[in-house]
Design a protein around this ligand. Structure first.
Ligand SMILES: Cc1cc2nc3c(=O)[nH]c(=O)nc-3n(C[C@H](O)[C@H](O)[C@H](O)COP(=O)(O)O)c2cc1C
Length: 373
């Protein structure tokens, strides 16, 4: 199923690059990958070489959603490219779309202490960046000078992580001003309102019906014509989760990204010892089951109203296909790529084509929600 070129990159990544990378502090390793990706994206030749080794395309993976053309359903999730450094290279890596951010109105240098911890036995990461980013002013200015990326770009919008923005009115204004900057600059194909970062000062303040309603009412004043999505929390029960979906539907939100990091450390999928003092939300395999469950339930009850992007613990084509059959139109990942290597994107797309063939589907859109009667 794997191409010889992808197999070669997999071997090099797992045997050579990853061991060296994983000896470093995880945040330093992340920054190195960003610098490498940025550098490779700067030159036509390096982009072409990356594309030659990693990119895979097939007509059965292509679909149009909210009038946006996606060459394949696999996207980069929010948090890997916080400051928009990888716009030029990610299309060559083979992503069908990418999310930039989360970006907040004002810059934030990140939470104190260790901000990333690997949990290798659990195939997970503890993340405690707390929405570290350069801020909306710098990032809009940067993106205004870039040529438009050739894959759809989702802009993740969050609330500045500071004491002042904890107050609901100030917080709403903060989201509003940030989003307004991107809307006015006409940057982005989809806007994702991140209401679920678990690592910010004051907690997740917009994950109650009333506050989300106020936030989306204010955002409505911008009369945004591009699709708007919500990044959903992981640590809710279905009743709480669906109450937020009701608010989203009421305000004409087009879709939801399911789901964000989890603070729950009781999952049997967590196989590493975790320092109880280490703060942060968990990504990767331990969030997979919860994300899958919410995708199924959301599709069953809101599938005709909300487009679903599924994220959490995708390490293979089978993992991605599971989310699609449960109801996701698109999927995203980060942790899988960190553990498996950049060839994973092409491998997933290639694998999806095989899985579609096996199920006798001619296009990915026929598989969306296939588990549901
Ligand atoms: C290093 C890292 C940083 C992240 N930062 C953000 C972020 O800024 N905004 C956001 O909405 N999600 C963020 N996330 C969550 C991911 O977008 C995703 O929802 C979660 O990691 C599950 O996907 P995965 O298992 O494929 O990593 C981050 C995840 C990781 C691993």
């Amino acid at each position: 199923m794997k191409s010889p070129k992808a197999q070669l990159i997999r071997t090099i990544y797992k045997q050579v690059y990853k061991p060296a990378l994983f000896r470093r502090d995880p945040e330093e390793a992340h920054d190195r990958m960003l610098r490498l990706g940025h550098g490779l994206g700067n030159h036509t030749l390096s982009r072409a070489i990356v594309r030659g080794f990693l990119h895979y395309s097939h007509p059965s993976l292509e679909q149009t959603i909210h009038r946006i053309n996606f060459k394949n359903p696999v996207g980069l999730s929010a948090g890997f490219d916080k400051d928009a450094n990888l716009m030029s290279i990610m299309p060559s890596v083979g992503f069908g779309f990418m999310e930039v951010g989360t970006i907040t109105c004002d810059p934030y240098e990140g939470n104190l202490g260790k901000r990333l911890v690997r949990l290798p036995k659990s195939r997970a990461i503890i993340v405690n960046y707390g929405l570290k980013n350069l801020g909306s002013r710098t990032i809009t200015a940067k993106l205004a000078h870039e040529s438009r990326p050739i894959i759809p770009m989702v802009i993740s919008i969050g609330k500045t992580n500071c004491r002042e923005a904890v107050d609901t009115r100030t917080g709403i204004r903060d989201y509003f001003m940030c989003l307004k900057r991107f809307v006015n600059a006409k940057i982005g194909d989809i806007y994702d309102i991140n209401i679920s970062c678990p690592n910010v000062f004051g907690g997740e303040p917009f994950t109650t019906q009333e506050k989300l309603d106020s936030l989306l009412s204010k955002i409505g004043e911008l009369n945004i014509t591009k699709p708007m999505f919500l990044k959903m929390p992981s640590d809710k029960n279905w009743e709480e989760f669906s109450s937020l979906l009701d608010v989203a539907v009421k305000h004409g939100v087009q879709g939801v990204i399911i789901s964000n990091l989890s603070k729950d450390r009781s999952s049997s999928d967590i196989k590493d010892d975790i320092d109880p003092q280490q703060k942060g939300g968990i990504s990767g395999k331990p969030v997979s089951e919860r994300s899958n469950e919410f995708i199924s339930k959301t599709y069953a009850s809101y599938g005709d109203k909300l487009t679903i992007i599924g994220v959490g613990g995708i390490f293979s084509a089978e993992d991605a296909y599971e989310k699609i059959k449960r109801g996701a139109s698109l999927v995203q990942l980060i942790t899988g790529m960190i553990y498996e290597g950049p060839q994973l994107i092409g491998e997933i797309n290639r694998g999806l084509v095989q899985l579609l063939k096996k199920d006798r589907y001619s296009n990915i859109n026929q598989a969306i929600g296939a588990y549901h009667p």
